[in-house]
Design a protein around this ligand. Sequence first.
Ligand SMILES: [Mn+2]
Length: 194
Amino acid sequence: MKVEIGTAQLAARGQTVCGDTFGVLRGEDETTISVADGLGHGPLAAEASSLFCSFVEKHAMEDLGKIIMGAHIALKHTRGAAVALVRIDSSEQRMSFVGVGNIELKALDRCRINPFPKPGIVGQRSIKLLPFEYSLSDGDLMVLFSDGISNRFDLEEFSTSPAQDLAEAILAKHGKLIDDATCVVIKCRDDNTR
Ligand SMILES: [Mn+2]
């Protein structure tokens, strides 16, 4: 299975630094995608979210839940962040999701991919994890996005565009402007189709 990824990000109006951070780590079969929204705006929000994504990078081979629990400790001295992790296994055609706080995943798929995050802030107080696992089919389309993007977009409207165009279109049409906005689009295709 081929995994095509598109990303788009915009800082809140009036901010020079985006408080959201995202990461895309490609392994042999596994792709791990992280999105983090640091509490509030500006450099201190960016400090928390970028620390999360660099923690993920250093622990990319570990189980998603374990990564988040590790990051929870690593982020204690920061403001904290809402985070979500998605891992796609392209040979097994499976995906997993774990999220804490307000990062959402929306999908257009065959098998009702509909995970949701647990409330909370990574780095602050205590957090609980709820992992989701799904099998993937040819043509599945997913969008992982921070709360600077309105969740009212209709994925059908964009489904034929390349992932990068799609990410930019969602940000342009549904970004809230008053909050940092991040959007990662994931398109899955069978290797033998085009
Ligand atoms: Mn936000």
